[in-house]
Design a protein around this ligand. Sequence first.
Ligand SMILES: NC(=O)c1ccc[n+]([C@@H]2O[C@H](COP(=O)([O-])OP(=O)(O)OC[C@H]3O[C@@H](n4cnc5c(N)ncnc54)[C@H](O)[C@@H]3O)[C@@H](O)[C@H]2O)c1
Length: 444
Amino acid sequence: MEGWGWMSDPRHNLLQRIGDRSAVVGVVGLGYVGLPFAVEKAKVGFRVLGVEQNPRRAEKVNRGENYIRDVKDEELRELVSKGLIRAETDFSRVPEMDVIVICVPTPLTKNLTPDLQYVEHVTKEIALRLRPGQLISLESTTYPGTTEEVMLPILESSGLKVERDFFLVHSPERVDPGNKRYSTKNTCKVVGGVGPVSLEVGVAFYSQTVERVIPVSSAKVAELVKVFENTFRAVNIALVNELAMLCDRMGLNVWEVLEAAFTKPFGIMPFWPGPGVGGHCIPVDPHYLEWKAKELNFNTHFIALAGEINRRMPEFVRDKAIRILNRLGIPVSQARVLILGVAYKRDLDDYRESPAIALIKLLKAEGARVSYHDPYIPRFNWDGLEMESQPLTEELLKNQDLVIITTDHSSIDYDWVVANSKHVFDTRNATKNVRSPRERITLL
Ligand SMILES: NC(=O)c1ccc[n+]([C@@H]2O[C@H](COP(=O)([O-])OP(=O)(O)OC[C@H]3O[C@@H](n4cnc5c(N)ncnc54)[C@H](O)[C@@H]3O)[C@@H](O)[C@H]2O)c1
C-alpha cells in the first residue's frame, strides 16, 4: 500500500507532502471561516476535501456555487471544476486527508458557558478514522486548554500517539469578514502545537499560504491569543458605548468627541459605538475565557463588565427611540418604525447575535409596528423571530414615524433616506455627510 512510509516516519512524509503541495487538505465546516480557507488552499494547488454537515451547502460547493461574501464566485467555480475542491457531508474520506482543519462553530449556551458540542463531535468522528501522518488543526475560537484537554484525549483514544503518529495544533482564525485590506493571506497566523513536532508541521503547513506565521510555545497560548484579541475589542467597544450613553446625558455628540480624540497619533486607537455587538465572535468569545478563568477561581471583571454594557445597548437605543417618538408626539405603541440594517456589521450578510434583531424584539414588545430593510438579508429567522426585508422605497420611508439606522451599509444613499423620512435615529453615524435637513437626524 502506498504510504507505508508514513508509518516509518510520519513527520518526514507529511512535511514532504506539504512542501510539494501534494497533501490533501480536509476542511471541516464550510462556513464564514472554512469556505474562504478552502479556496485559499486550493488556489495554491492543494486538493481540498470539505466536510460540511449541511447538505445544501455541500451540494452548492460541489456545483461551484458560492454562499459566502468573502469568496469570489468565479474562483470557487473554477477550483471546483478543476477538481481541487469537493465537499462531503460525512467523515468517510478522513483517511485520505493529510491535514485536517476544523472550522466548526463554538457558540455559548443560554447561560453564557462554552458549548463545545461541535468541536467534540467532529473530533470523535476524526478519531474513529485517524491514521498515522495526519496533522489536525483547530481554527475555531475557544478557551485555553480545548486542544490539549478536550481534543487530544479523544484523538489518542484511537490508539495513535500525538507527536509520534499524528500532530495537533491550534491556529486561530483571525479573518475579518468584509475587510478589503486584510485577508487570510496577509494577516499573520498564530500557531501553537501540543508539542514541538506538531508545531513544526503546523508552521510548515500555514507558511504555504500565509505571509507571516507566528509560532507560539503551546496550543494554550495560541488559544489565549485569540480570545484576548476579541476581548480587547469587546472591552474597547464597551468603553465607547458607555461614553455614548454618558454623552447622551451630557447633551454632547459622542462622534465629535471620538473623532477629535482619535486625531492623537499615539496612545489611542479608534473604536466606535453602536447599537450593540453582534456576530459569532465579539459577543461570544470573551465568555469562553471568563468561564475558564472561573475554574481557577479568577474573575475576569473587564469581560463581565464589557458584556453587560454591550448587551444593554439595544435597550438604550430603544429608550432613546421612545424619547425621540415622544418629542414627535407619537406613543411608541402606535409608532411605525423601520430598522435599517440587521447585519451585525456593514456590508455583510451575517445577522448572528445582531443587536438590530434584539432592538426589533424590544420595540415590538412595546407595541411598535416594526419592519426592516437590509440589502444583504432578504429574510431572517433568529431567536424565535422571522421577518422579511421590505423594499426601500420613498413610500416605505414616508410611512414611518422613525427610521433607525442600525447598520451603516455603504450601498445605501443616506441623503435620500433622510430627505424622505420624518425622522432618522442614526446609531452608526452613517449620516455624517448628510448636509440637510440635519434637524431630522438624531445621533446615538
Ligand atoms: N465568522 C468570523 O468572522 C470568524 C472569525 C474568526 C474566527 N471565527 C471562529 O471560527 C469558527 C467558525 O465560525 P464561522 O463563522 O465560520 O461559523 P459558520 O457557522 O459560518 O460555519 C460553521 C460551519 O460548520 C458546519 N458544521 C457544524 N457542525 C458540523 C459537523 N459536525 N460536521 C461538519 N460541519 C459542521 C456548519 O454547517 C457551518 O457551515 C468559530 O469558532 C468562530 O468563533 C469566526
